[in-house]
Design a protein around this ligand. Sequence first.
Ligand code: PLP
Length: 427
Amino acid sequence: MVKESTIRLMTRLANEHQAVNLSQGFTDESAIYEMVWGAISASLGGTDEGIARLEGTTLKDVLDQNGGNMDHLLKMKLKDVLKSLQNSKDAYNQYCYPFGLVDLRNAIADYTNRFRGFRPDPETEITVVLGATEGLFTSLRAICNPGDELIVMQPYHEMYPAQAEILGLEAKYITLLENKEKGIWELDLAELEGTIGSKTKVLILNTPHNPTGKVFTRDEMNAIADICKKHDIIVITDEIYEHILYDGREHVCMSAIDGMKDRTFVVNAISKTGNATGWRVGWIISPPEYTTRVRALHDTMVIQSPTPLQKGVVNLLGLDDGFYKSMPDAYARKREVLTESLRNIGFKVTPPEGAYYLFADYTDVPALKGMSPMDAATFLIKEVGVATVPGDNFYAIGNSGDSYLRFAFCRSIESLEEAARRFAKLK
Ligand SMILES: Cc1ncc(COP(=O)(O)O)c(C=O)c1O
């Protein structure tokens, strides 16, 4: 039976021990305002007309609406001011099409075209879902039947094998290996091809990769695509960190590779780009012949993603290129702070090429010598006050994960500096 997520467990332990939480991948900084406003204006405005009215409302309008009495207005609570602006008609706090608002599916199509160079059809290829987690689950069920096999690269996000288990699928593992001299994580293409059997339906590919930070190069993506075409494998890509890239790396979308659109499910979400992991808005871009099945599964399980939040995401996806291009800048600084502080106490760190995790080898950290990853993580929470995730949580076979801990550096710079101060005590 599937067990509780270790990553979520570490967050609870972090809270219990007042540790700086570098375990779970969510920020402690504000969500993107345009997106938040889009949701607020949809929820209060209620209809397109109401949203347009709210967008244009000035404080003078509010004053007039509240009897023109400035003294009275200045004493009003913001909550009551907003209530006075709420529309009595409503469409945006209600059910929408289960597969997503037209506005949002159009925005996803435009956004995909802008960043990935192809425009999926909002009517036949895009389904709005509850984050990448549901996107993965629904995609897997739409493609596979119980007993089918899928290939997962370890280290992996823990939901891939857990979802496979719930669905009665057999996960086969291949292992990314850290090449410390070259400072990269390597994929063995022969291992990938050799793992494909007669029941293999799907490869899950996460780039930029959690937990290693690997960004698959165009050559690697082409080589993976060739193998998938040769063996009739469908690829589900998890692209949730697509904009978080360092040192000039590029994100390559499998769907944009020649001959792959018909055999790729793109799974994406705003959880990371919108700083809003609690919103639960994501999407699947599926080949049209699968979309009816995808939508039926999604509707049956959860009906839909929250309507006002979908309106907020329309705003996020419409933000200009500058917003997306500058996204890695703050993370690059955080990556430096954490890398330096970990190296200072003996961790071996291959700097991530993308995403916001460090998967660091603690073999040479004196205070953690000889400990299992869980013991090392528990020691760091209880004795140092920093929460991490044990490396073996990201592996199903072999013992390659036994010398690693994962650190998320998506927290505020102040939180990371506090973690660095606490780590310095181990020197
Ligand atoms: C690689 C990867 N995929 C998916 C998720 C979960 O995404 P969501 O919150 O959109 O379900 C995470 C969250 O950390 C992740 O790292």
